[in-house]
Design a protein. Structure first.
Length: 193
């Protein structure tokens, strides 16, 4: 993630998502000879909130969420047979997030390293969020925030195939429970030996 590489970030996070989504939908649409299906785009918590240290990244992730939500509102969704949803994960414990430096990100010096470590979720938690979306009976318009401790839906209501309005519901389940976190820590300790 490099906030000064604006064109690259927009191309990677937004333009490629738009082109890939439209291409996939064109081949999937039942009204165009396809079999229908589901498209889940990946945004970020940065697509739901704003963070001063990554304004360009936030902009692209907000745009991914808005683009996908707008597609879900199309009045011909029942004819298309394609559903659209967005997964907005918290930062995952990946090299991209853990190796952020103040050359690439603004105001990083205001965020202690311990906070960065605390807010990251194991990749398995994000995977569970994705699988939660896939398993929904009706997915169109769903916006799911997935973190280490929760899954929160910001679902748009689908009325007669048209998606309108916003509602927020919190899932009762914990994405990654205590047992899973302990197992992950144990694996990390074993790798360090």
């Amino acid at each position: 993630m490099n906030e000064s590489a604006i064109e690259k970030m927009v191309a990677l996070n937004l333009t490629s998502t738009i082109r890939g989504t439209l291409m996939a939908a064109e081949h999937m649409r039942k009204d165009k000879g396809g079999h229908g299906g589901r498209i889940i785009n990946i945004s970020s918590i940065a697509g739901l909130e704003e963070f001063a240290m990554v304004p360009v990244y936030c902009s692209t992730k907000h745009a991914v969420r808005a683009f996908t939500s707008a597609l879900a509102m199309a009045p011909d969704i029942p004819l298309q047979g394609v559903e659209y949803a967005v997964l907005c994960p918290s930062p995952a414990a990946t090299d991209m997030f853990l190796n952020i430096d103040d050359v690439k990100v603004r105001h990083l010096d205001t965020v202690p390293p311990s906070v960065r470590q605390a807010v990251t979720a194991p990749v398995e938690c994000i995977t569970r969020g994705f699988m939660k979306l896939v398993s929904l009976d009706q997915m169109n318009g769903a916006i799911l925030y997935a973190s280490q401790t929760e899954m929160t839906f910001r679902r748009m209501d689908n009325v007669g195939g048209v998606t309108k309005g916003r509602g927020v519901t919190k899932e009762g389940s914990i994405c990654c429970g205590r047992r899973e976190r302990e197992e992950e820590r144990e694996r990390d300790r074993e790798r360090e030996k």
